[in-house]
Design a protein around this ligand. Structure first.
Ligand code: GCO
Length: 427
């Protein structure tokens, strides 16, 4: 195994809502608590990183890492529209200082999926007004934290809503095909009853949304995004970049994208190209003036003429049911570098598994791919493993263990896994 040069950013990543706990003013918190929730469980105290960040940062430093990617929670900073909470800004300043005391470079993400509840009332990520709201929040953060930072990731996985919309469309098509089959074989009754139930469920959910958020349809960051909403996300990024450059021109700015290693099989070439266009290429006009792109990859996606195919028979699957395929990272970096000319930082890459030996094997292969890219002259400046801690995996709750550190949530005790020291040994 080869080590990285000392200026390579090697670290782990977290997101505020997934680790801090009690993010009570956010849309996710509200959705987790609802009767018609799609969350497996609520986040509650999460892994109490809000209070235990010192210990967590020390563990990273002890393992030899030199950087930490974390997010600032908009709902804490601006709990009500236009009212900013100084104490919360001071909290994040403490986190940044703690990183520096331990020799870690802080990479701050301004938006990682969760948004303030009030933003949803205004139409969330489908509303034009969100662009100005995000720019105003960015201005506040820059005023408080900007002097301390060298890197800012504006928006995590800007393409997430488009990917969710695509998955939902695929799912609906499958349901429709099943319903059509049921109609020809069993008649319409069974289908009719399910549909009625579904409609009734939707009506009740809309009523609850109205009560909780003041709107019937919640447009949070991970909702199915329309092309107009996608454009709003991109312009929110541009607006934030303008604000940051105005006040702190030396901060390196980028957003991150969720990128699959899309591999065409038997006639899937055209489909693979159009999927890559949705996932990556169409963002180029909005990111070409960025300093870096955050590359986030977990696996590959095999593409046939009609869309994505399941993992090959016998493939090893992770807890998320993704194919264990760490080679995907190198492939994605190479593909992205064909069109994006700024620096590349791997802002997420990891595996949900209970077997830490597989995590180590995953890291070994993924990092050897990163090093191949660097040897070939590609500007890969950092690698952040997802995730520092076993944490709240959104709608799947705490069942997915992505962490380099295990957490016993009854006592919030941390137990570093062997993979943490293994990752640190690359510096
Ligand atoms: C994402 C987010 C993370 C996830 C991680 C594992 O990519 O969805 O950035 O918040 O937890 O990717 O699924």
């Amino acid at each position: 195994m080869d080590r990285f040069l000392p200026d390579f950013l090697l670290g782990a990543a977290t997101a505020a809502h997934q680790v801090e706990g009690n993010n009570t003013n956010s849309d996710c918190w509200a959705m987790e608590q609802m009767e018609h929730t799609s969350y497996a469980e609520p986040s509650l105290d999460a892994v109490d990183h809000y209070h235990r960040y010192r210990e967590d940062i020390r563990l990273m430093a002890d393992a030899g890492l030199n950087a930490y990617r974390f997010s600032v929670e908009w709902a804490r900073i601006e709990p009500e529209e236009g009212r900013f909470d100084e104490a919360e800004a001071a909290h994040y300043l403490d986190v940044i200082h703690c990183c520096k005391e331990h020799g870690l470079e802080p990479i701050v993400t301004l938006h990682h999926f969760s948004s303030p509840k009030w933003l949803i009332k205004k139409g969330g990520w489908e509303a034009e007004s969100t662009i100005d709201d995000f720019a105003r929040y960015t201005r506040y953060i820059i005023g408080k934290l900007g002097n301390e930072l060298h890197y800012i990731c504006t928006i995590n996985e800007a393409n997430m809503g488009i990917q969710v919309a695509a998955i939902a469309r695929r799912y609906m098509q499958q349901m429709q095909a099943q319903a059509a089959k049921a109609q020809t074989s069993d008649g319409t009754v069974q289908v009719g009853i399910n549909l009625e139930k579904m409609m009734a469920g939707q009506k009740a959910a809309a009523e609850e949304n109205l009560k909780v958020f003041g709107v019937e349809k919640v447009e949070n960051f991970t909702s199915m995004r329309t092309p107009e909403g996608d454009n709003i996300v991109c312009r929110a990024h541009e607006a934030a970049r303008t604000v940051i450059k105005e006040f702190c021109p030396d901060i390196k700015i980028g957003l991150s994208l969720s990128l699959h290693d899309i591999q065409p099989v038997t006639g899937g070439e055209e489909k693979a190209l159009s999927e890559w266009g949705d996932e990556f290429t169409h963002y180029l006009p909005y990111i070409q003036n960025d300093d870096f792109l955050g590359v986030q990859n977990y696996t590959r996606s095999l593409m046939g003429p009609d869309g994505s195919l399941p993992a090959p028979d016998g493939a090893e699957l992770t807890q998320m049911n993704y194919e264990f395929y760490p080679e995907a990272l190198e492939h994605v970096i190479r593909k992205v570098a064909e069109d994006f000319k700024g620096d590349l930082i791997v802002t997420e890459n990891g595996i949900a598994t209970a077997d830490d030996k597989r995590r180590i094997a995953f890291i070994e292969q993924a990092l050897s791919g990163v090093q191949n890219c660097i040897r070939d002259g590609l500007p890969v400046k950092g690698y952040f493993h997802w995730s520092l801690l076993d944490n709240f995996e959104w709608q799947k709750g705490y069942s997915m263990t992505f962490g380099l550190i295990a957490v016993d949530r009854t006592t919030q005790t941390r137990k570093p896994k062997a993979s943490l020291a293994y990752l640190g040994s690359y510096l």
